[in-house]
Write a protein that binds this ligand. Sequence first.
Ligand code: DGJ
Length: 709
Amino acid sequence: MHAHSEKIIALESNSTSFIININDSGPSVLYWGEKIAASTATQVVTMHQRNMGPGTASKEVPILLCPTHGSGFMGQHGLSLHRSGHNWDMHLSDIHILEQTAQHVIIKLSDSNAGVSLQHNITLDKETDVLICNTSVTNNGADGLTIDWCNAGTLALPSFIDQVTGFHGRWANEFQTHKTDLNIGVYLRENLRGRTSHDSFPGLVAHTKNTTEQNGPAYGFHLGWSGNHRIAAEKMFDGRSFVQMGEKLIAGEVILPSGASYCSPKLYAAFSTSGFSSLSQKFHRFVRTKLLTEEVRKKPRPVHYNTWEAVYFNHDTLTLQTLADKAAEVGAERFVLDDGWFSARRDDTAGLGDWFVDHDVYPEGLHPLIDHVLGTGMEFGLWVEPEMVNPNSDLYRNHPDWILKATDAPHIRSRNQLVLDLTKEPVREYLYERIDSLLSEYKISYLKWDMNRDIHHPGSDGVAANSAQTHALYALLKRLREKHPTVEIESCSSGGARIDYGILAHTDRVWTSDSNDALDRLNIQRGISFFFPSNVMGSHVGPRDCHITRRILSMDLRAATAIFGHMGMELNLTELTSEETETLKTAISLYKKNRDLLHSGNHIRLDTKDHASAFAVVSECQNEAVFSYTQIKTCDETAPETLFFIGINHEKSYTLDLIWPLGFTSKTAGDISRLNGHIFSGDVLSKVGLQLPHMHPETALVFMLKAID
Ligand code: DGJ
């Protein structure tokens, strides 16, 4: 199609419509929200006629999917490129639809004079309503084309959106949320840490001031990318607003030779009319059914025992075998040997890169330990950190040129390590060979793939290479998974610094945070639940005195928090009292009994008073539900608050039981046990609710509802 013609493309999924208008400037979002009949798309165009403000240009420049200088856009551009200073103003007026179905479209735009073409690849997932889009740019000219920025997509927001919720964090306290008004100007997060990062998760929710967990409109956005990113929400002077996301490129990082293309990472987005929780449920369904492999989807998530906080670097086979026995006794199903098993790795100053079993510590290799673990009925998993090297390692001594670096600036060490340059083939081959041979020699069914530092100097032979490094990592993971399809992989990065859909397309679980402090974890888990379902979220019972916060928390509380993710333990089991061991064992069997529900049900974050944190998991058919309520600190009022069992079916009747902690006592304990086993209508449970018993700070209650026939 050519200038001066208009085209409407109406994509629709189960409950969402995404309507694109293509005019002579290019494609833009005309409507995105609750489903409207595709046949009314032309009415949308008529209704959309724009009335210009006084003192403005003769034409309102649309918010294109990729706004450019050439289109005359004056907000944040979606594309910034040039060919030795020229072609920055290209006019992509030759537009073709390359593919189109009810859920998918590929739109190609070209400027033959400038020798540039752009392609938007857009899919609206029918079952989950999640929109997936990316943009690629191709150099059709003879000379190199420098790409400074190419967004995955710019998505216009409706005018009633007036707030955004962003995510910040730090090591051991990831996924904190902050709400801010969408004022005129730009809300901008740029991440240059070389990994997804602790402090700037590439996600954003746009909503109204009145949107709550259960009510009001919310649009969610996430960039599936594990390198640098740039995410923006802009409200322009004329009142229009949009969200834009893409990879943050470093100067000179992408110079396309003739015929080459750059493809942005994917932007995932969804919309809900009924609050943040139902928005998250769409993302959860998408991850569960579209990102995870079928094997992971089908296999109940096994209870982990991880050795890190039990022994750190002090490995010896006998101690680990004893821990394995104890872990199996309390119900663990997978034993993960963390950092410290390979050459010279007695602390974090040496060994990274030398992926050979340390024969001083394991004279017969890992066989005696692995055989022992398998003998208990558990699977065996192994920790690796392939992208890193300690200067104190044979690998670095032999290949000091294998690292990412700045040309002249001194190295910046972080945790005593440097970053290997995965864009170099010999580096990739070495890592592939090492990991492949470990997986081939030993019965390892799980890898915990760690990455423990930011990348300050992502230079490869003088050229910025964070983008290429991230692609090379994905390719390495893909190659290993193809060779060892039954080996599951966890993405860990100093806790939760590499959690995104890009890495999740190559892995099966994420390590949420190094903090196993159950109270901090509740908030971290609440934050991550905006975009990630509980079955990929590693959640461990940590030591009695949390090693990071030093807070001492009961086993009841630690278990009550851990059962709501992919449950595991990470503590020295030989130090537990017999009562703690029994409690842990009971919690693990509770998790096993209910993990199907916990990992497939709809997650509902509940709005509570400030002293508490609460959420529910309700089965898709609303026959079963689990409600968790934790009192974090002392409350202002003397009387406890009421818990409303929302999200269940008002027409059905349910038995109500307090299932955790066992033997709960409180000043009003009698009241609560009196209710156990009683039958209530869904209407009463959700509308009248239950006034909770008096609880102490740092205690949790878990209720189970089961529909009766
Ligand atoms: C950081 C991870 O987040 C921890 O769980 C642990 O694996 C250490 N690295 C090991 O060095």
